[in-house]
Design a protein around this ligand. Structure first.
Ligand code: 7PJ
Length: 259
């Protein structure tokens, strides 16, 4: 899964055409590099990020989804918690709803049910703006597992088919470095939930925390975690560096498929 940010700070402030054009080119290059999903996001969910309005998000995301759907052979995932963005994106060709708030905002769960699309449920506490204050755990793996179990049950009860659900431990969301490392180490235990796991650690602060490197120097750390995530059962890797990650995963598959 290649990451496509359409937040305003992701692009120099050209006109709408330039933004759309740049987004399409980036999506195209990730597909050529081997991405089979593109995750389009119009809201920054980094710690401390400001909340954007649904209207702003619609304006940023929907034209990009529509353009990709018309031109590229790839599943489009929408990184959004807004019911309006989910509905509009589904209408113009999205294939998956990826909500870091696990469909807990007003109307989001119903939008997911009505869409009939795949959904990603991710563990987080609080809101991106204040989530780090709730990073307290006795047993982070067990607490993440029961959250995902509960959320999955609620989604199924609301009418989301179990077979459409993907689960995500939510690295970096309401978690300190020690929590992220411990959760990663024991991630294989989440396989008991019986659904594919999505892992997003690309360039994240847990890599910066261990290596003491800025975002621009986290590729090798990201690749190490991508390989380890596959070994621990991850089915989908949400990454910025698609070509490099695809090489790593292809090598793992070659070895695993050997006699
Ligand atoms: C994730 C995400 C993640 C899922 C972001 C960043 C922060 N969606 N959206 N999982 N992270 N499902 O990429 O640094 O880990 S935004």
């Amino acid at each position: 899964m290649g990451i496509l940010n359409v937040t305003p700070d992701s692009f120099s402030d050209g006109g709408r055409y330039n933004r759309l054009d740049a987004a399409l080119l980036h999506a195209e290059s990730m597909v050529r590099a081997g991405a089979t999903l593109i995750d389009v996001g119009g809201e920054s969910t980094r710690p401390g990020a400001a909340i954007v309005s649904s209207a702003q998000e619609l304006d940023r995301v929907v034209p990009v989804v529509e353009a990709i759907a018309q031109r590229l052979d790839v599943v489009i995932s929408i990184d959004s918690s807004s019911a309006d963005v989910m509905r509009e994106s589904a209408r113009v060709g999205a294939g998956m709803l990826n909500d870091v708030r696990s469909f807990r905002r007003e109307g989001a769960l119903q939008a997911a049910v009505d869409s009939g699309l795949a959904v990603c449920l991710m563990h987080m506490r609080g809101e991106p703006g204040d989530m780090q204050s709730s990073a307290r755990y006795v047993d982070v793996l067990a607490e993440v597992r029961s959250f995902l179990e509960e959320r999955m049950a609620q989604c199924v009860a609301a009418g989301v088919e179990r077979e459409r659900i993907v689960l995500d431990p939510g690295f970096g969301f309401a978690k300190e470095l020690e929590h992220n490392l411990s959760l990663f180490k024991r991630m294989d235990e989440l396989q008991v939930l019986g659904r594919p796991l999505l892992v997003g650690v690309s360039r994240k602060s847990m890599i910066g925390g261990v290596l003491g490197k800025p975002v621009s120097d986290r590729l090798y750390g990201s690749l190490a975690l991508a390989a380890l995530a596959v070994a621990k059962g991850a089915a989908i890797l949400r990454v910025h560096d698609v070509a490099e990650t695809v090489d790593a995963v292809r090598m793992i598959h070659a070895v695993c498929n050997a006699q």
